[in-house]
Design a binder for this molecule. Structure first.
Ligand code: HEC
Length: 113
C-alpha cells in the first residue's frame, strides 16, 4: 500500500489541477498506457481489491492465483480471461463487471511491473 501512495497523490494532484483549469480529464482509448495520471488506475485498483485480491493477493503478487505482475499478454487476452475466468480455477466476471470496469482492471494490471 505504501508504494501506491505517491501514485495516488499524483493522480489526485492531476485531478485537482485539471479541474481548476477546467480541462476535462481524457480517458485514453488504449487503456494499457503506463500513464500514472490515468484515472482508470485508481478504480482499477479498487475493483481489484474487491474482486480479485482474495485469490491473487492484495498486492497482486499471487496467493491462490498467480502473480499478475509483468503480464505479457494483450489487452484482449486479459479482458477475455477476466470475462470468462477459467473453469475450476478462476471466477468468470462477464456478468459481474461492466466492460468499463474490466477495462480499468486491465489498465491496472498493465501498470504492475
Ligand atoms: C477464485 C479465485 C480467483 C479469482 C476471484 C480471480 N482469479 Fe485470476 N486466476 C486464478 C487462478 C487460479 C489463475 C490461474 C489459472 C491458470 O492456470 O491459467 C488465474 C489467472 C489469472 C490471469 C492470468 C495470469 C497468467 O499469467 O496467466 C489473470 C490476468 C487474472 N487471473 C486476473 C484476474 C482478475 C483481474 C481478477 C478479478 C476481476 C481475478 N483474476 C479473479 C484465480 C482467481
Amino acid at each position: 500500500m505504501k508504494k501506491l501512495f505517491p501514485l495516488f497523490s499524483l493522480a489526485l494532484f492531476c485531478a485537482i489541477s485539471s479541474a481548476q483549469n477546467n480541462v476535462p480529464i481524457e480517458t485514453p482509448k488504449n487503456s494499457s498506457t503506463n500513464n500514472p495520471a490515468n484515472p482508470n488506475l485508481l478504480s482499477g485498483q479498487k475493483l481489484f481489491l474487491k474482486n480479485c485480491a482474495h485469490c491473487h493477493g492484495a498486492d497482486a503478487h499471487g496467493d491462490d492465483g498467480p502473480d499478475l505482475h509483468c503480464l505479457d499478454e494483450s489487452d484482449e487476452w486479459i479482458t477475455n480471461r477476466i470475462r470468462n475466468g477459467k473453469k475450476g480455477q478462476m471466477t468468470a466476471f462477464a456478468k459481474k463487471l461492466q466492460p468499463a470496469e474490466i477495462a480499468a482492471l486491465v489498465a491496472y494490471l498493465h501498470m504492475l511491473k
